[in-house]
Design a protein around this ligand. Structure first.
Ligand SMILES: CCCCCCCC/C=C\CCCCCCCC(=O)SCCNC(=O)CCNC(=O)[C@H](O)C(C)(C)COP(=O)(O)OP(=O)(O)OC[C@H]1O[C@@H](n2cnc3c(N)ncnc32)[C@H](O)[C@@H]1OP(=O)(O)O
Ligand SMILES: Cc1cc2nc3c(=O)[nH]c(=O)nc-3n(C[C@H](O)[C@H](O)[C@H](O)COP(=O)(O)OP(=O)(O)OC[C@H]3O[C@@H](n4cnc5c(N)ncnc54)[C@H](O)[C@@H]3O)c2cc1C
Length: 664
């Protein structure tokens, strides 16, 4: 056994709690852990799902491998293993997915969309086809020229009464659809968001089912120009595409008409609120943070913490042995708060998923009164979590020194996967501003008219009592800060508009404060939700203590990073800030011996991380060397480029050196 393996073994011997029990808490119960492991095992044992490491493949190979495996998974594995939406197995399905996948937009964005936009007949027609991969459909909303400002989308769907068809057109280059996943190569249909035009009148954005490729040859249909947008920062396996449509005709029935319809005579009928058009985005904002950001940070923490426990560099005691870098307080200060972020966002996210499910149930009964609240919450939560996780993954990557820059560490892949969560499904700034709109409105309301989650905004500020680092007091600081920030930002908007600025100008001039206030609001939500979870969770004392410490650390780390804000608002004094700083450092020291145990509890398989630094056995150096040997550049002992370009000068060098030698 290598020295490094032994070091991890020792770390595990020092853990003071049951890792298995923490895994159960993380999964949502013992039964969930069993189900997750079962699903992971079925996928892990299947030889069809084996591929070379992604860092040894070209983009084309990665796309091909991911498509091959996903077709196999969706066609052969899901049903066979009881993995269907609504099942427990489905909840844990992400843990079993290959490290790269395609058909995500088809399965994860299009299918939920057809269910929320389609009438019963339309769902009956399209859902079985798409679930069986008989059609592949992308969600085509963003255009080359517009992504955030949806009213600016330019693609048009004009009703032709004569033929009972819609004619789809991208009038300009900027109007072509650009970015949608699965669209470049795989999709033969697109759910196109286009401006509906009937009898010359514009009715705004509506969803249309558009066939874009021939069903037997897979060639683009007449009027359709479609392809892959090219190499990106990451997502090498995914065929994000462009789609340019010129006079593409689709039947009238292809307007997804659960919420609105065009009758044969051209009458436009609105059946539900325009806002439900945005429902699919709320759905994804609620559901994507866990698999696309929080789990990604959890993997980065696993890699960085295991590696930091075996990487020895320098001395803590003069004359002593070299120490693991995790023993440096500064390394703990980088990494352990990231663990706290993983826990806080995961448990807060579960609360939002439950709220969203309740909203969907009410919506089915025709009640959408909670839409504004769930929109505001999901928009700011997606923005905050994607930001925290992206920053966290980069912290983990840099905390691994040089090896963190190597693809073999797995960390660049994780970073390139999490970074776009700040952009897709709503650019974060734009989402924060959406929530700000809601908060400013709420700040003007009477308490009786507000949902419980927002009541604190209009209630009197309460003073903390007792131990300033208790979870109750930390929760109170976050609430007080959020309330004061929202009130200050609202006041600024009012003052600017009272000075004579138009409302939109007043809003823009206050937008820095508005986004700041929204971040304060969502952090208080996350902290409060995590603290409530920690209080209520049923588990042993030792596991509870770990969770309490992580919760406290989440709060303290955040406060210490922006203590200026708490001081400025009069919530904390300089004395409090000093106590908070010391309390954070003490917590790091306390959590340090359990750090490896806490990441072990995530229970990620080695193959789900493809990391030479983060594998369970800690054999980092052997793995790095083995992976380097697999590099395609090492296939031949001498690369063609060396022969072709360098050799003449190297031969000159040889002659000079050998000439010099013969003169000696
Ligand atoms: C086997 C699979 C399992 C799957 C499981 C699931 C996991 C999935 C995992 C992984 C998949 C993910 C992979 C990547 C996916 C990437 C996909 C994409 O990127 S698709 C493109 C997204 N594009 C955006 O999000 C645009 C962002 N822009 C907007 O949302 C709008 O344009 C907006 C709202 C910012 C501005 O639009 P305005 O100007 O038309 O609207 P205004 O005037 O501001 O608002 C009108 C009213 O509507 C409300 N509103 C706006 N959005 C709302 C919403 N979403 N819901 C409810 N109300 C909303 C507002 O609050 C406002 O209300 P008041 O007037 O104040 O009362
Ligand atoms: C990996 C990936 C996958 C994607 N998948 C899909 C998909 O499947 N389907 C799909 O339809 N789209 C997809 N998209 C597109 C994505 O949804 C958009 O890129 C996103 O909504 C942001 O829009 P934008 O690119 O127009 O950014 P822009 O809005 O142009 O943003 C540029 C800058 O302007 C700022 N800005 C914009 N508006 C405002 C404002 N009102 N106030 C202040 N600042 C503002 C932003 O904050 C940002 O800093 C994907 C994108 C990526 C990166």
């Amino acid at each position: 056994m290598s020295i490094e393996s032994n070091l991890l073994k020792k770390e595990r011997q020092n853990v003071t709690f049951s890792v298995e029990e923490l895994t159960n808490v993380w999964d949502g119960g013992k039964e969930d852990t069993e189900i997750r492991r079962k699903v992971v095992k079925v996928f892990g044992d299947d030889p069809v799902l084996k591929s070379p490491p992604i860092c040894t493949m070209t983009r084309e190979e990665r796309y091909t491998e991911a498509t091959r495996k996903c077709v196999y998974i969706f066609r052969n594995m899901l049903q066979k293993n009881g993995i269907y939406p609504g099942s427990k197995e489905f909840e844990h399905f992400w843990n079993a997915m290959p490290i790269e996948y395609t058909l995500l937009i088809h399965m994860g964005a299009f299918i939920p969309c057809i269910m929320s936009f389609g009438s019963e007949e339309q769902v009956a027609k399209w859902l079985p086809l798409s679930a069986n991969l008989n059609i592949i459909c992308t969600y085509a909303q963003t255009e080359l020229g517009h992504g955030s400002f949806l009213r600016g989308l330019e693609t048009e769907a004009t009703f032709d009464r004569e033929t009972q068809e819609f004619v789809i057109n991208c009038p300009k280059v900027s109007s072509m659809k650009w970015w949608p996943g699965d669209m470049g190569l795989n999709a033969n249909h697109a759910l196109v968001m286009a401006n509906l035009i009937v009898g010359g009148k514009k009715y705004g954005m509506h969803p249309f089912m558009v066939q874009i490729r021939d069903l037997s040859t897979h060639m683009p249909l007449p009027g359709v120009t479609v392809g892959d947008i090219g190499s990106k920062m990451g997502f090498e396996a995914i065929d994000n595409g462009f789609l340019y449509m010129k006079n593409v005709r689709i039947p009238r029935e292809n307007l997804l008409n659960k919420n609105s319809e065009v009758k044969p005579d051209g009458t436009y009928v609105k059946k539900a609120s325009d806002r439900l058009m945005y429902g699919s985005m709320v759905n994804l904002r609620v559901n994507l943070p866990k698999s696309q950001a929080i789990d990604v940070l959890a993997k980065a923490c696993t890699i960085a913490i295991r590696y930091s426990a075996v990487r020895r560099q320098g001395l803590l005691n003069p004359g002593g042995a070299e120490v693991a870098v995790l023993d440096y307080t500064l390394q703990q200060h980088k990494l352990i708060p990231q663990l706290a972020t993983v826990y806080a966002t995961k448990f807060a996210g579960e609360g939002i998923i439950k709220k969203h499910q309740a909203f969907l149930q009410n919506m089915a009964k025709g009640n959408i009164s909670d839409l504004a609240e769930i929109h505001a919450l999901s928009a700011s939560f997606k923005a905050s979590v994607s930001e925290q996780c992206t920053e966290g993954v980069e912290v983990c990557r840099r905390a691994c020194g040089g090896h963190g820059y190597s693809q073999a560490s797995g960390l660049p892949h994780l970073l390139s996967k999490v970074t776009p969560t700040c952009t897709y499904e709503g650019e974060n700034t734009v989402l924060y501003l959406q929530t700000a709109r809601y908060l400013v409105k709420c700040a003007k309301e009477k308490a009786a008219d507000l949902p419980e989650s927002i009541l604190f905004l209009v209630q009197p500020i309460q003073n903390a009592r007792g131990n300033i680092t208790s979870l109750d007091n930390l929760a109170l600081y976050f609430k007080n800060r959020a309330a004061l920030c929202v009130q200050a930002a609202s006041k600024k908007v009012n003052q600017m508009s009272n000075k004579g600025l138009a409302m939109h100008e007043a809003w823009d001039k206050s937008s820095v404060q508005l986004v700041h206030a929204t971040k304060a609001y969502v952090i208080q939500y996350i902290f409060d939700a995590f603290a409530s979870f920690v209080k209520e969770v049923k588990c042993s004392k030792s596991v509870k203590e770990i969770l309490e410490d992580l919760c406290c650390l989440y709060g303290l780390h955040y406060i210490n990073n922006c203590s200026g804000d708490f001081l400025k608002l009069g919530i904390l004094t300089a004395h409090h800030c000093n106590i908070a700083e010391e309390a954070e450092i003490a917590l790091l020291e306390k959590l340090r011996p359990n750090a490896v145990g806490i990441v072990d509890a995530f229970d990620f398989t080695d193959s789900s991380m493809e990391s030479c630094l983060g594998a369970y056995d800690g054999n980092v150096y052997e793995r790095l060397f083995d992976m380097a040997k697999l590099s395609p550049l090492n296939k031949e002992p001498v690369h063609q480029a060396s022969y072709k370009y360098l050799r003449p000068y190297l031969l000159e060098g040889r002659d000079i050196l050998e000439g010099a030698k013969s003169k000696l």
